[in-house]
Design a protein around this ligand. Structure first.
Ligand code: ATP
Ligand code: MG
Ligand code: MG
Ligand code: MG
Length: 576
């Protein structure tokens, strides 16, 4: 490729709205161009990186036995109504209407469509297991799009979906994807960690996130350097008790339709930053007698992630609560938790809490509940149900680095990460809702066991840059650099020798399949070098008259401090 034919557009300054280094550098290197909030053009330089990331993902997915297909971006609402997600999902789901006023959605993910395919196509146990994947545009109307393409609204995701005959087989599919993800992130040259994760709104009870380690990551990870223990603190921290000393009760009184409050309503009333603060709410339901007096009050601890709506939880799990719900008063909470009346300080309690949750919490015990006032925490709260097999995900709400790891094998450390991949065991949540059954050996219909597996293709670019950059620009890992080698001739328009040597080297490398760019733009050396250091090309070869006189060129590795001399005759061997 010749630079004069390609499209290069670098900037000296990053736009003011770019907060993190990857966003700044991608903008400056001309890899992406903003079109609207969280919506970007992938410019030629950036697209080359995306294609390389996709190629690695595709290879490893195929190797792991997954089959590629392509599902539509615009999907009929009917399928999403079958699983209830059309109504349940909050404003992150973009809903549109066609000319006939029919409802559609722009896919944020594709469980419904793939399950629809599976129920039509996978009819017999003989066709299982199957794993389908696609690499496709997603749209999520994120509350706070930011960091360039790391949290875009439109982005590219690889999502895969496995179908199995039973739990055991589904476990094998999960393991295969977990293994493929390790290979993918190894090949991408990223420093990452697989961590136990919350199963969020999708449901299911087994889940790992692949987190790229970076200071600017939005997630916090707790891990033990001496063992395999690692978890997303979001999971560990799942419970924060919003016990607002009466403010909550007042707030609820002001809620437009009691029992229909969304998290957003609540947050507005309580002036809370949803994503940061609200992890759960303590609410109460009152059973009234014939005279309308309260017969019995039940305190409910609702686990609500900041980005989930309260009515989603309500629709999922609160149908039983006919009278709606209200915030528990401080006195009720105190009584329920067995605290000193009116006192919300750190108190250990063994009294079970009734849990209403849209996710699995069974493996959490003895946690500390957060409060929205400093030092107002409950500690030692317990879930009021039998804990199945003890899990390592214990109470780490309050951990600080240096605390003992729950597995007893060392001390905990905390670091920040960027979620680049996620593997989920879904169980039969979607297959049961949509009637995706297969016939077993006895001819009996059984719901398929499912798993889903996502990778944030475009987010990987940002994550890679967060980990690989210096003062001059991006330092791409070789595997995903837009070009592997750049040949920089100095004075190509003046010197026939330089032109001939540069052209020949370019052609030879190209013939060997090396991704090489010849910078024939005629830029001054300083400007040319600055461009390629900013763009992050791993290998640079400078050809000048002076060097050629001695039969030499200058080689500079992007990660190396010093340039070195190479004999012209050795360059190809060195770079191929
Ligand atoms: P996050 O916690 O960052 O919002 P998520 O858990 O909602 O991500 P998943 O539903 O697990 O995301 O989707 C699979 C992958 O898609 C994620 O691991 C992430 O890499 C990527 N992804 C999710 N949301 C975005 C986004 N807004 N922009 C870019 N990539 C995203
Ligand atoms: Mg999200
Ligand atoms: Mg997440
Ligand atoms: Mg996720």
């Amino acid at each position: 490729m010749k630079a004069s034919q390609f499209f290069i557009s670098t900037l000296k300054e990053a736009p003011a709205d770019a907060e993190v280094v990857s966003h700044k550098l991608m903008m400056r290197a001309g890899m992406i161009k903003r079109l609207g909030a969280g919506i970007y053009n992938y410019m030629p330089m950036g697209l080359r990186v995306i294609r390389k990331v996709e190629a690695i993902i595709r290879e490893e997915m195929n190797r792991a036995g997954a089959v590629e297909l392509l599902m539509p971006i615009v999907q009929p609402a009917e399928l999403w109504q079958e699983t209830g997600r059309f109504d349940k999902m909050g404003p992150e789901l973009l809903r549109v209407k066609d000319r006939h006023e029919r409802d559609f959605i722009i896919q944020p993910t594709s469980e419904e469509v793939i399950t629809d395919i599976a129920r039509q196509e996978l009819r017999s146990y003989k066709q299982l297991p199957k794993n389908f994947y696609h690499i496709q545009t997603k749209f999520r109307d994120e509350r706070r799009p930011r960091f360039g393409i790391m949290r875009g609204r439109e982005f590219t995701m690889k999502d895969a979906y496995s179908f199995d005959r039973d739990k055991e087989a589904a476990g094998r599919s999960y393991e295969a994807m977990y293994g493929a993800y390790c290979k993918i992130f190894d090949r991408l040259g990223l420093e990452y960690r697989a961590v136990a994760a919350d199963t969020g709104a999708i449901g299911g009870d087994r889940s790992h996130e692949f987190q790229v380690i970076a200071e600017t990551g939005e997630d916090a990870i707790v891990y033990c350097p001496d063992s395999d223990f690692a978890a997303n603190i979001e999971l560990a921290e799942a419970v924060a008790l919003i016990a607002t000393r009466g403010a909550a009760t007042q707030a609820l009184a002001k809620t437009p339709t009691p029992g229909k409050a969304t998290c957003a309503d609540v947050a507005q009333l309580l002036k809370l930053d949803l994503t940061q603060t609200v992890k759960s709410l303590v609410l109460a339901t009152d059973e009234l007698d014939e005279r309308g007096d309260i017969k019995k009050t039940t305190v409910w601890l609702l686990l609500v992630r900041g980005d989930h709506e309260l009515n989603e939880v309500k629709a999922g799990k609160l149908e039983g609560l006919k009278g709606g719900f209200r915030f528990a008063t401080v006195a009720e909470i105190d009584e329920h938790f067995g605290c000193k009346p009116g006192y919300l300080g750190p108190i250990a309690t063994k009294k079970p809490v009734k849990v209403v949750a849209d996710r699995t919490v069974a493996n959490m015990a003895d946690f500390v509940c957060g409060a929205n006032e400093a030092d107002f925490h409950y500690t030692g709260a317990n879930w009021g149900r039998d804990l199945p097999e003890p899990d390592l995900i214990a109470d780490i709400r309050n951990v600080v680095a240096g605390d003992p790891s729950p597995d007893g094998k060392g001390l905990l450390a905390i670091q920040r990460g960027i979620e680049v991949g996620h593997v989920f065991y879904l169980g039969t949540k979607y297959s049961a809702a949509m009637g995706a059954n297969f016939l077993d050996e006895g001819g009996k219909p059984q719901p398929m066991e499912m798993g889903c597996y996502g990778i944030g293709v475009t987010r990987i670019l940002g994550a890679a840059i967060e980990q690989n950059h210096d003062a001059r620009g991006i330092v791409w890992p070789d595997a995903i650099a837009p070009f592997t080698v750049v040949v920089c001739p100095i004075g190509m328009d003046r010197s026939e020798e330089v032109k001939a040597a540069a052209t020949q080297l370019h052609e030879e490398l190209q013939a060997l399949g090396v991704d090489v760019l010849l910078d024939d733009r005629g830029e001054r050396p300083g400007a040319m070098f600055a461009d390629w250091e900013l763009v992050g090309v791993p290998h640079r070869v400078v050809i000048s008259d002076r060097g050629l006189k001695e039969g030499q060129v200058e080689y500079q590795g992007r990660r190396e401090a010093e340039a070195s001399k190479l004999a012209l005759a050795d360059v190809v061997g060195h770079l191929k």
